[in-house]
Design a protein around this ligand. Structure first.
Ligand code: ADP
Ligand code: AMP
Length: 226
C-alpha cells in the first residue's frame, strides 16, 4: 500500500531520528529537505550556495526553491511506494503545493505525526546534537553520546556540529517555526490527519507511538509490538 507521512514539529523535536528508524521499519523513503540542502552544499551546487545563505541565518529557504527541490525528489522511482517527509512542509504554501502535486498523481497525505516537545528541551537537544558526516546518524552529547567521542558508532565516520545549531541561530529557528510552521498543526487537524505524539519520551517509545498511529496503514511485519 502506498502511504505518505509527514513528520511535523520544531527543530530538535526528533524528526530526523525517528524518520530514519521508521523508514527502516516501514520501507517508506525518508525525504528530508534540510538533508537535501546540506548535500547540495557539500556538492557545491548553486542550490546549495543559495540555501546556505538562508540556513546560516536560521531563515527558511524561499518556498519556490524548496517546493521545486522536493517535487523533483518525490518524482524519483524510490518514492513511488511512499514517503516520510521530514522538515517539509514548513509553510502553508509548501503544504498546499505538496497536496496539489500528490493529487495530480492520485496520491495524498495519509498521516501527519506531530512531535510535541517543550522549548527548553529543544534548545538543549539542538545544542547537544552531533551528526555523522558519512552516514547522517545523529547523536547527542547530553542524552546519548557516541561510544568514542566524535566518532560514529554505526560507520566510524567523523561527527560534526551543524553551524546552524549555535544557541543564537537555534533560538531564531524556533521563532521562525512558531510563526511560519506551527499554523500547519491546525491545517492538518482540520483535515483529520494529525496525530500528536509526546516527543519528550525516549526514542524507542516515540518510535512505537508513531508505528501505532500508522497502524492501519502498515504491513503486519512493521506493526509495533504489544
Ligand atoms: P529534528 O530532525 O526534529 O531537528 P533530531 O532528530 O536531529 O531533530 O534530534 C535533535 C537532537 O535530539 C539529536 O541530537 C537527537 O539525537 C536528540 N533526540 C532525538 N530524539 C530524542 C529523544 N526522544 N530524547 C532525547 N534526545 C533525542
Ligand atoms: P533542518 O535540517 O530541517 O533543521 O533544516 C535546516 C535548515 O534548512 C532550515 O533552518 C532552513 O533554513 C532550511 N530548510 C529545511 N527545510 C526547509 C523547508 N521546508 N522550507 C524552508 N527552508 C527549509
Amino acid at each position: 500500500m502506498t502511504i505518505n507521512v509527514i513528520l511535523l514539529g520544531p527543530p530538535g523535536a526528533g524528526k530526523g531520528t525517528q524518520a530514519k528508524t521508521l523508514a527502516e521499519r516501514t520501507g517508506l523513503t525518508h525525504v528530508a529537505s534540510g538533508d537535501l540542502f546540506r548535500a547540495a552544499l557539500r556538492e557545491g551546487t548553486e542550490l546549495g550556495m543559495l540555501a546556505k545563505s538562508y540556513m546560516d541565518r536560521g531563515e527558511l529557504v524561499p518556498d519556490e526553491v524548496v517546493i521545486r527541490m522536493i517535487l523533483e525528489r518525490v518524482a524519483q522511482p524510490d518514492c513511488a511506494a511512499g514517503v516520510i517527509f521530514d522538515g517539509f512542509p514548513r509553510t502553508q504554501e509548501q503544504a498546499v503545493a505538496l497536496q496539489e502535486s500528490l493529487a495530480e498523481h492520485n496520491g495524498k497525505i495519509d498521516a501527519v505525526l506531530y512531535l510535541h516537545v517543550p522549548n527548553e528541551v529543544l534548545l538543549r537537544r539542538i545544542a547537544g546534537r552531533q551528526t555523522c558526516k558519512v552516514c547522517g546518524a545523529t547523536y547527542n552529547i547530553y542524552y546519548f553520546p557516541s561510544h568514542r567521542p566524535g566518532i560514529c558508532d554505526a560507520c566510524g565516520g567523523k561527527l560534526y556540529q551543524r553551524s546552524d545549531d549555535s544557541l543564537e541561530t537555534a533560538q531564531h529557528r524556533l521563532d521562525v517555526y512558531f510563526t511560519q510552521t506551527r499554523p500547519l498543526i491546525e491545517h492538518y487537524q482540520r483535515q483529520g490527519l494529525l496525530h500528536e505524539i509526546d516527543g519528550q519520551q525516549d526514542i524507542a517509545w516515540v518510535t512505537d507511538a508513531m508505528l501505532k498511529a500508522l497502524g492501519r496503514f502498515l504491513e503486519p511485519s512493521a506493526q509495533p509490538k504489544e
